[in-house]
Design a protein. Structure first.
Length: 181
């Protein structure tokens, strides 16, 4: 299958890419860095240097790739765990979860992708009870972290409601997601 992996050079994307390629899929992967694009190309990925906030460039890249599946692995979290860096990243990551996800959805729809898989966040759960299940409560009291998890009122945890206005034949997949109405 033809897969568009947004965030191919990220923490999860770097591990997911070889699995997808090994299973015989054609992967187009996004990154914000030319150096990361070269590494992706060397691994067999059709790399695209594009930012998720450039809606027109993202749509053009998606249209060129003509994917059947779009996988959303975009985050803006630090590579090394440091509480101060992590806290500083929450507003940027929340923007990706809302504005960036909207741009990715619009591009996927324009490219007629039939599947859209989006990850959510595990660190948004309330403390205790690890590993968490889908029934566990979310942490909605700790400031910016809650913005990243909750998105906008009435929408899924990724921010926008991925199902609204979508092609009824398309399958929209949510991982660790639940509504907070």
């Amino acid at each position: 299958m033809k897969i568009f992996l947004a965030g191919a050079s990220g923490v999860i994307g770097r591990r997911l890419t070889p699995l997808l390629l090994g299973a015989g899929h054609h992967v187009t992967g996004t990154t914000r860095s030319g150096a990361n694009a070269r590494a992706l190309e060397a691994a067999g990925v059709a790399a695209v240097v594009v930012g998720v906030f450039d809606a027109d460039a993202l749509k053009a890249a998606m249209m060129r790739a003509t994917p059947e599946i779009v996988i959303h692995q975009l985050t803006d979290l630090p590579h090394v765990f440091d509480e101060a860096q992590l806290a500083a990243s929450y507003p940027r990551n929340a923007r990706i979860r809302t504005e960036g996800t909207c741009n990715l959805i619009a591009a996927a729809k324009a490219a007629a992708a039939r599947r859209f898989i989006v990850q959510s966040v595990a660190f948004g759960y309330a403390p205790g009870g690890e590993p968490h299940s889908e029934a566990d409560p979310l942490n909605v009291t700790d400031g910016p972290r809650a913005v990243t998890v909750r998105g906008r009122r009435g929408h899924g945890t990724a921010g926008p409601d991925l199902r609204s206005g979508s092609d009824p034949a398309a399958l929209w997949i949510f991982l660790r997601s639940r509504r907070l109405d």
